[in-house]
Design a protein around this ligand. Structure first.
Ligand code: GLV
Ligand code: MN
Ligand code: MN
Length: 424
């Protein structure tokens, strides 16, 4: 006699935590500024490759059949009673920024594997297959475009575009895929899953401020990344009078201050602006900079306001160029994604699962970019957010969610996946 299929499952929080800590050792470093252990696992570096091999081993130990596509995206599949039914997909990324913590992306991937382990232990066969995905270069900090693997899998960006991208040393993504052995053979275009659900740390303060454990994510705000190169003229710092200088460093500083003025004006909705990369050449104390390179990261939940902010920046750059004969600017688009709303029906399934686990939840918009926003064009998609400590700080070794918070988020993931995988 077979026992009735359960409708709610609880994961093994200790095992989940151990896998998070084990993966964080790969690329772990002692961070001088915080005195904490950080994680540096940039996409398709040797450390990322080691991390990938470790996670593949865990997938295989959990009985998943692993395939790797031409973007190096990795999928582990647990067969369902009906192997012809579209799978329920979960996952995230394991590449990191250079100053990361243990949780960003990894919680979604290792949480997905933990759900599979529990399904195995409980002897549960779902109607639909369940797949766990690991997407390449979600962070975008090595090759310059974020959500790259999932964007190609979903068809928004081409494989050729992605393979030709270069890092700061001129190495191509295609070359690094081959070097690390992750240039897989599987088709990169993903067949539409039945649904996609991603569990991720919130990376912000909202859940803690509201005193709740779980966030049901309504969507992701728009993201605009541009690289600006300013060409001036190198000159002697002591002898060159102001009126003879063409100072690329000064122009870079003016751009940064102007971006903050756009934010502070309140005229562009809920705009956020960051210059996270700035370098001057030749980078020497007594030389007026001949060249400056900076990146601009804009976020906005409203696409119209985002377009207005981009236009305001473009107008400022034109005026800046005109203000100084000899000064010239070039702008390169790195990445651009619109506001993406998530599926309302799926948000209800997640909220119900949280209720059934006795966990308080609120709905919120994601401030960060996620692979889910790309997969959303293929199938109903939504996300589960887990509360972070210390104002939800992230992209910093201080990033921390408690073992209980992680387990609660993956409990909600487990029950949500189980229910979706048993849908017709
Ligand atoms: C992803 O981490 C982002 O930059 O939002
Ligand atoms: Mn992430
Ligand atoms: Mn991140």
């Amino acid at each position: 006699m077979t026992s009735p299929t359960p409708d709610k499952i609880t994961i093994n929080g200790e095992r989940l935590w151990q896998s998070l800590m084990d993966l964080a050792d790969i690329g772990g470093y002692d961070d001088e500024r915080t005195g904490l252990r950080g994680v540096n696992r940039l996409a398709l570096t040797d450390t990322d490759a080691t991390g990938r091999r470790q996670v593949i081993a865990w997938m295989e130990q959990a009985g998943l059949t692993v395939r790797i596509d031409r973007m190096g995206n990795i999928y582990g599949r647990r067969e369902g009673a009906d192997p012809t039914a579209a799978p329920v997909l979960t996952g995230s990324h394991i590449d990191s920024v250079a100053t990361a913590g243990a949780f960003d992306g990894c919680l979604g991937v290792l949480g997905g594997i933990e759900v599979v382990r529990i399904l195995n232990e409980r002897g549960i066969t779902t109607r639909r297959p369940v797949e766990v995905g690991i997407f390449t270069e979600e962070e975008g900090v090595r090759f310059g475009t974020d959500m790259l693997g999932s964007a190609v899998a979903a068809g928004r960006l081409t494989l050729e575009y992605a393979h030709a991208l270069t890092d700061r040393d001129g190495l191509t993504l295609g070359g690094e895929l081959a070097r690390t052995g992750f240039n897989g053979l599987a088709d990169v275009r993903l067949d539409s899953p039945h649904a996609y659900v991603e569990c991720h740390i919130e990376q912000g303060p909202v859940l803690a401020e509201n005193g709740v454990e779980i966030g049901v994510v309504t969507g992701v705000q728009g993201i605009s990344w541009q690289e600006i190169t300013i060409h001036g003229r190198a000159a002697h710092a002591g002898t060159t009078p102001t009126h003879l200088r063409i100072d690329a460093g000064l122009a870079a500083a003016q751009i940064i201050v102007h971006l903050q003025a756009l934010v502070d004006s309140g005229e562009y909705g809920d705009l956020r602006a960051t210059v996270g990369h700035l370098i001057v050449h030749p980078d020497l104390t007594n030389i007026v900079p001949a060249r400056a390179e900076l990146t601009v990261d804009l976020r906005n939940p409203d696409d119209v306001q985002m377009a207005r902010a981009e236009e305001a920046l473009a107008a400022f750059l034109r005026d800046l160029e005109d203000s100084r004969p000899g000064l010239s600017l070039t702008v390169r688009r790195m990445a651009k994604t619109a506001y993406v709303p998530f599926d309302e029906g799926l948000q209800k399934v997640i909220a119900q699962a949280a209720d059934d686990h006795g966990l308080d939840h609120i709905s919120l918009l994601s401030g960060a970019g996620h692979d889910a926003q790309e997969i959303a064009v293929l199938c109903p998609t939504a996300m589960i957010f887990v509360r972070g400590e210390y104002d939800g700080i992230s992209h910093n070794p201080r990033e921390y969610s408690t073992p209980e918070a992680c387990a609660h988020g993956v409990d909600v993931l487990a029950t949500t996946l189980l229910r979706l995988a048993n849908q017709d």
